[in-house]
Design a protein around this ligand. Structure first.
Ligand code: TRP
Ligand code: ZN
Length: 857
């Protein structure tokens, strides 16, 4: 299959350096909502001989003046199109020169939240990936790096930019960032903000002022973010030897933000939902996310900022590594075993889903139409998995050596994946040519494992295969680290975990001198992002679920018990006895970690059951899947009613709320038990818990359980009465209703919510809450009459005209459309074609829908 682009395509193979060297950028902003003036001075010199000077910057920039070394340019030498401004080579002096531009921009009219915009009266910026070109004319590419000197003129009380403050007062603030950086790391914030402040002294003695800036009145919800920042700074020193490098570190929370947060040098900007938390308004999951994202953005200071990307094809160089680092941090702060299982769940739910559909791409793509469409689970989460594999292959000591060399060799560079791999080759002496395929090839390999036992010798034979993905028909064998353990019949570990290094399409490994045939624990710790295909009976699965010493593999054995039962149930076959029995043993096992038991009690999601069925060549029926999952949960509840009830009673966390991992684990186990019990007590306990709980974790969980039963309207009203004025709580209120609704009610509920005055749909969080809530209701979104598709398409069309990034991102609700039955497929394709047919559709959404349509036609 070939992709036929309808718009220009960017190719990795087209890379060439920018023909000019930029040695300093000076920016002077006079802020005003409808007309902000930006005066820019760029100190430039031709890299070799002088060519035309092409700057990025489109129609949104009103050009007021353009001069070189103080002399206004002759209009004959200047040309503009929709995306660039070009100054003819003939107008450029030999040697260095200063280009001065003056433009007018309109932040109040910026609903795309890219460039300089206003959010609730706060001026703020978002420049990654290509937002700076909406602020001024500039070589807006990550390999053009320079120091920035910024002047901000405004009557607003707080005026912030990157780097260190130079001066402030009388409506003018000056900032200087001594570290050369690309424009995507530029940031400016101005507003009536209040700080929660602290400080951190680095290991070499630099005292850093830390501020978390929020709207007046929100200070009491910013403390946890500050604690998380301090922990992150310490961890990066202790584990990676990385110190902070400026006198101040500022974090700002804003309500309108397209993504989670942004690592602008010294001035991180966050979606307020990833900063603000109090026990009454935030859940345990929110707290964990805040801690992780604060760490993620902070860690970018080295992996992203000090070492950045040569071009956007290399995005996973900074994102994969920074995700890998934030995952390790959370593992160290909380439970490493639980974190690993959660990360695998996310990877499968988002990245495997992406890899198996029309949007599949490698962690390092080699073509794109719109770069904002490539901030994906593949670039982020699979990018992190690839680093985890690398670490496992070379070992911890060599990983540390390679990272030291990376920071040493590439500090100040805009680097590539080749640079990254070369560092590992030089530090370890390994040849990583085959390993590089993990970066260049899309698709999730299937790893088939068979066993052969003969007279004290066990051989394991693995066969790898990866299906074709859009644009990549052939998939040569990759190197796959397979962590394996052997467990004796009495449940004891025969030998510790070994990492088998598979390099061939088919390969066998033998273990000899074994007294009795062991049970194989394969792919421990999820040592590679593959799908393990292994014939195993339920007794063996139950054995591993009871005895495996590797927490991931143990959890996985339980999940496979559940998944195989659900696959049968969804096809009308009786199944589940093995799972129900094994869960009973786990429930009675008081030694198992609470969070681990909670994870084991959760059945695979409906979407993941559909994915499994599709992988088996079976067309998934969303209603049958829903019924199968509910039926199995009911059976667990009926069989283990007494165990669950006593678990619910015994795991109550008393005393004041604390978001720590141990308390959160008890709450999650208790909530898992509650969810099952509700299938037989009619929601009685959930109703009581909603009324008595003082924290949002339990209230939200209880509400979701009630909504799943078609109840909960009094509780919804109560929550609204209490928190109607709190945006973040109301976002939860908007998302939980379509998400937890009975499938047959979901679209109607979403439609009603969309009619409300407080459905402030231009706010990305609110839009995502409602549309994402419906998309997360598998059988609801995939309603047989196509109403879920139609509703979603209507809103994507509406959003696209206002905020293309958000519309394109939400369009991934459709990414699995082609795996369903013909009738659903027709409805989905109609919806996609309706979007594609729209005049004036954004490049973002056009690329997404055309890739999705291409797979089914
Ligand atoms: N670099 C950010 C991060 O992962 C991602 C990001 C924030 C982003 N805002 C964005 C990407 C807007 C694209 C567009 O930490
Ligand atoms: Zn990032």
């Amino acid at each position: 299959m070939s992709l036929t682009p309808t718009q220009p395509v960017q190719l990795l193979s087209d890379y060439s350096p920018y023909p000019f060297v930029l040695s300093q950028t000076r920016l002077d902003f006079t802020l005003s909502p409808r007309g902000t003036r930006v005066v820019t001075e760029l100190d430039l010199a031709a890299r070799n001989q002088i060519t035309d000077l092409v700057l990025d910057g489109g129609k949104g920039l009103t050009l007021e003046s353009l001069a070189i070394n103080g002399t206004t340019l002759d209009a004959a030498h200047v040309s503009r199109d929709d995306e660039t401004l070009t100054i003819a080579a003939a107008a450029l002096p030999q040697g260095g020169f200063t280009l001065q531009t003056q433009v007018l921009i309109d932040p109040a009219d910026n609903t795309a939240f890219e460039g300089l915009y206003q959010s609730g009266g706060i001026f703020c910026t978002q420049c990654e990936a290509e937002g700076f070109r909406h602020i001024t004319f500039y070589p807006d590419r990550p390999d053009v790096m320079t120091t920035f000197h910024v002047t901000i003129r405004s009557d607003l009380p707080v005026l912030l930019s990157n780097g260190n403050p130079v001066s402030a007062g009388n409506g003018v603030a000056e900032w200087h960032d001594p570290w050369p950086k690309p424009a995507y790391l530029f940031a400016l914030v101005a507003g009536d903000l209040k700080a929660v402040s602290d400080s951190f002294t680095t290991k070499s003695g630099r005292k850093v002022d830390l501020n978390v800036w929020v709207r007046p009145g929100d200070q009491d919800r910013a403390g946890f973010a500050m604690e998380s920042l301090i922990k992150s700074m310490k961890w990066d020193e202790d584990v990676y030897g990385r110190e902070y490098d400026l006198d101040v570190f500022n974090i700002v929370a804003v309500d309108d933000f397209n993504m989670g947060a942004m690592e602008n040098k010294g001035l991180n900007i966050f979606n307020s939902k990833l900063v603000l938390a109090s026990p009454e308004t935030a859940t345990d999951t929110d707290y964990e996310r805040i801690e992780a994202v604060i760490a993620h953005e902070y860690f970018h200071n080295w992996t992203g900022n000090r070492i950045t990307c040569r071009d956007w094809f290399q995005l996973c160089l900074k994102e994969g590594l920074t995700v890998f680092r934030d995952q390790s941090f959370t593992g160290d702060m909380r439970s490493a075993a639980v974190k690993r299982i959660e990360d695998v769940q996310t990877l499968r739910a988002r990245q495997f889903r992406e890899d198996q559909g029309p949007l599949a791409h490698p962690p390092r793509p080699d073509r794109y139409e719109e770069i904002n469409n490539f901030y994906t689970a593949t670039v982020y989460e699979k990018g992190a998995e690839v680093i985890g594999m690398l670490k496992r292959l070379v070992g911890d000591a060599d990983y540390a050596k390679a990272l030291d060399l990376y920071f040493d060799r590439h500090d100040g560079d805009a680097a590539t994946i080749e640079d990254w791999l070369k560092v590992f080759e030089d530090a370890t002496g390994r040849d990583l040519a085959q390993f590089e395929r993990w970066y260049t090839d899309a698709g999730t390999p299937t790893l088939k494992m068979t066993e052969d036992w003969n007279d004290g010798t066990l051989s394991l034979t693995f066969t790898q295969s990866t299906p074709a993905t859009p644009g990549q028909p052939d998939k040569p064998a990759r190197v796959i680290p397979i962590a394996v353990g052997l467990i004796g019949p009495n449940g004891d570990e025969v030998a510790g975990t070994q990492v088998l290094e598979m390099t061939e399409p088919t390969q066998s490994f033998t273990f000899d001198g074994l007294a009795t045939r062991p049970v194989v624990s394969a792919l421990r710790g999820f040592s590679a992002p593959v799908m393990l295909d292994r014939q195993m009976d339920n007794a063996t699965r139950a054995f591993l679920f009871a005895h495996d010493t590797d927490p991931f593999a143990r959890w996985e054995a339980g999940r496979e018990l559940a998944m195989s039962a659900l696959v049968d149930l969804a096809q009308g076959r009786d199944a589940g006895a093995g799972y129900v029995h094994a869960i009973g043993a786990l429930l009675s096992d008081g030694t198992a970690d609470a969070a681990f038991r909670a994870l084991c009690l959760a059945l695979p999601s409906e979407d993941s059951i559909a994915t499994r069925l599709a992988a088996l060549g079976i067309t998934p029926d969303p209603d049958a899947i829903h019924a199968a999952r509910s039926g199995l949960a009911l059976r667990v509840a009926e069989t283990h009613q007494d165990l669950l009830a006593s678990l619910f009673d015994r795991t109550e966390v008393t005393g004041p709320y604390s978001p720590d991992a141990a308390s959160a684990a008890c709450r999650s186990l208790r909530i898992a038990a509650l969810g099952l019990l509700a299938r037989i007590d009619g929601g009685q306990r959930a109703k009581v818990l909603f009324g008595t709980a003082s924290n949002m974790t339990e209230r939200m969980a209880a509400l979701a359980i009630l909504l799943r039963l078609g109840k909960g309207s009094a509780e919804l009203q109560a929550l609204y009465d209490e928190f109607g004025g709190n945006r973040l709580v109301m976002d939860k209120w908007f998302s939980i209703q379509p998400m937890a609704a009975r499938p047959e009610d979901a679209v109607r509920i979403a439609e009603q919510l969309a009619q409300r005055d407080d459905f402030d749909w231009k706010n990305p969080n609110r839009f995502r809450s409602l549309l994402g809530g419906l998309a997360a209701n598998h059988a609801g979104f995939h309603a047989a009459d196509g109403s879920g598709y139609q509703f979603t398409a209507d809103w994507l069309i509406r959003m696209d005209a206002v905020n293309p990034q958000i519309a394109a991102r939400m369009s991934t609700a459709f990414e699995t459309w082609s795996r369903y039955d013909d009738s659903r497929k027709t409805h989905a394709l109609n919806a996609l074609e309706r979007i594609a047919g729209l005049a004036g559709l954004s490049r973002n959404t056009r690329e997404m829908v055309s890739r999705m349509i291409a797979v089914g036609t």
